[in-house]
Design a binder for this molecule. Sequence first.
Ligand code: AKG
Ligand code: FE2
Length: 345
Amino acid sequence: MSTTSNPALPILDLSQLDGSATDRVAFLSQLRHAAREIGFFYLINHGVSPDLQQAVQDEARRFFALPDAEKQKVAMIHSPHFRGYNRAASELTRGKPDWREQFDLGAERPALPVGQNEPGWHRLQGPNLWPESLPELKPTLLQFQREMTAVALKLLRTFAEALALPEDSFDPLYGSKPNEHIKLIRYPGQQSTVGDQGVGAHKDSGFLSFLLQDQQKGLQVEVTPDNWVDAVPLPGSFVVNIGELLELATNGYLRATVHRVVSPPPNEERLSIAFFLGAQLDAVVPVYALPPELAREAHGPESDPRNPLLRDVGWNYLKGRLRSHPDVAERYYPDVLRNSAELIA
Ligand SMILES: O=C(O)CCC(=O)C(=O)O
Ligand SMILES: [Fe+2]
């Protein structure tokens, strides 16, 4: 296994999209290449202001600096919708604990009524948990969520164009209710007792993911089997990667690339703000008809037999959440665990 520190990931400039016709064509071609060959790139000039990025990072640092008792008031175990705080080592990736603490939030929508005949994933929709002692966290994060959703949808339409599909092809998959998931993440330094898994190797499950890193490296991308590249921090940029929904929708033409985070050195820490754009929960992902020259290179999505991909968005998303947070699963989804055991098998 090898790792390299060369800035090996492409850098894409979103402002080219609104520039001259030549710039636009160049952006589309770079996007197709980056997405197809690597599945990861840096996005610059994306329009989210440095002030807002800084405000989100400042609020996140303030949140993690709260006393544990304050953070426990908004612990995820209080939320059937998988929102809230988790201590380091409480989330599992492929069954092993991740050495990071995190605060999850999603689209701020009312919970749906829970009935016996409703599918289990209905319980995913609902309000967020907000810490009372940090009143600025909520408006700052909701503003960030709105701006990130706009950037993500713009990029998703551009993906359709880059694949020679009508620009609005993916619109029915998110409709008026895209699944907007933000995760504030703090990775403590390595400790001899816990190894160096900040977060274990995985693919993201949505359409597109955006990462706002601080100055501490640690994110690694598996560009070819067993060849890990450091996604070194590039100030002001987002690291963007493709999720399984786009891999499914393009029959594997686009790649959801495996990545992981290695814990920072002892006594250092890393802060990352992740924004995941997913589809609406009641959507079913079709396979889009690509033009023949692209379709020839689409060899089907890569499926992990231990974690098969489901085309039903709500069930696929619920499966990921149940596997990551067994305590929340047992408390609010015992019926789903009983009746749909294959989800977590
Ligand atoms: O910390 C990061 O930058 C990446 C986190 C990540 O890959 C995830 O939460 O899915
Ligand atoms: Fe990820």
